[in-house]
Design a protein around this ligand. Structure first.
Ligand SMILES: NC(=O)C1=CN([C@@H]2O[C@H](COP(=O)(O)OP(=O)(O)OC[C@H]3O[C@@H](n4cnc5c(N)ncnc54)[C@H](OP(=O)(O)O)[C@@H]3O)[C@@H](O)[C@H]2O)C=CC1
Ligand SMILES: O=C(O)[C@@H]1CCC=N1
Length: 269
């Protein structure tokens, strides 16, 4: 794995969870020595930093069947140029980057190495992620399946054509940020009602986490779960009415469209 920041770190944590088995130690690289340092004593991870070991990325990918690229989108093609000659024949290079297409990756890869895109999200850290997967034009069904099986250990997986991956990024890749933004705004509103920081945290985070867990475990859909809280002529009804007239549907459409436009810009950079 090249890059172990927010997303790569969440994937790595998921792959290292009890009950998940990976063949051999996981080879990881970071740019800085400081980011590699926490793994110095791990026996299931071999960490290298390109800052102190300029050949780190090239060494890390040797012998790997699956290479995960979790650096920023604008670095993906430079990293591919760097590692291309060291990739094993038959390897699968998986990019988690927003925007960057398999076509642009394939142009830099040896013909016997496949490109696959995966669009994960940070709850992968807990095995509760959602990952979209799409194979490039040279990826076989087996290549895609190798990736699907790896990311299934991190949570739910949706394999579909690449043309839909920007939309998956807008919904599930970025989705945790929307929920955290909701919690931020909800906490601020609770503070304005007079709760101190600890009280607002307990009330809001407890409610958001509890409701998400209830939704995850319940057979009922979110609309029904909402109705279960909303007594006719009760208090929730009044608040829900205010929220619904605030234009959430249109706001979400605009937010997702802006997200997809940014993926398209990244693909063109
Ligand atoms: N964050 C998210 O929720 C999601 C992110 N993604 C995608 O994941 C990718 C990474 O994003 P994110 O994790 O947020 O970014 P971060 O900035 O948190 O992590 C980037 C990682 O790349 C490392 N790195 C930078 N340059 C090199 C290099 N030359 N060689 C090896 N490692 C290097 C950094 O090391 P160091 O720490 O030393 O600088 C760091 O570990 C992006 O392409 C993004 O589109 C996809 C879905 C969700
Ligand atoms: O914000 C980003 O660009 C990345 C891609 C999806 C989530 N985070």
């Amino acid at each position: 794995m090249i890059g172990v920041g927010s997303m790569g770190g969440a994937i790595l944590a998921g792959l290292r969870s009890p009950g998940v088995s990976v063949d051999g130690p996981i080879s990881i690289t970071t740019r800085s020595a400081a980011s590699a340092a926490p793994f110095a004593d791990a026996d299931d991870v071999v960490a290298r930093a390109s800052e102190t070991e300029p050949g780190a990325n090239r060494i890390a990918v040797r012998g790997a069947r699956v290479v995960i690229l979790a650096v920023k989108p604008w670095m993906i093609l430079d990293v591919l140029r760097e590692i291309a000659d060291d990739l094993e024949p038959g390897a699968v290079v998986v990019s988690v980057a927003a925007g960057v297409t398999t076509g642009s990756m394939e142009a830099l890869l040896p013909s016997d190495v496949a490109a696959v895109r995966a669009m994960p999200n940070t709850p992968s850290h807990l095995g509760r992620g959602v990952t979209g997967v799409a194979g490039g034009s040279t990826a076989s069904a087996d290549d895609v399946d190798v990736v699907r099986r790896r990311v299934e250990t991190l949570g739910a997986v949706l394999v579909r054509e690449e043309g839909r991956i920007n939309a998956r990024a807008a919904v599930s890749g970025s989705g945790p940020a929307y929920l955290f933004l909701f919690a931020e705004e909800f906490t601020a509103a609770a503070r304005r009602l007079g709760f101190d920081a600890a009280e607002a945290k307990l009330l809001v985070e407890g409610t958001v986490a509890g409701a998400a867990e209830l939704m995850a475990r319940s057979e009922e859909d979110p609309a029904q779960l909402r109705r279960n809280v909303t007594s006719p002529k009760g208090t929730t009804e009044r608040a829900v009415e205010v929220l619904q007239t605030g234009g959430w549907g249109e706001l979400f459409d605009r937010a997702l469209a802006a997200n997809i436009r940014r993926s398209e810009e990244l693909a063109a950079e």
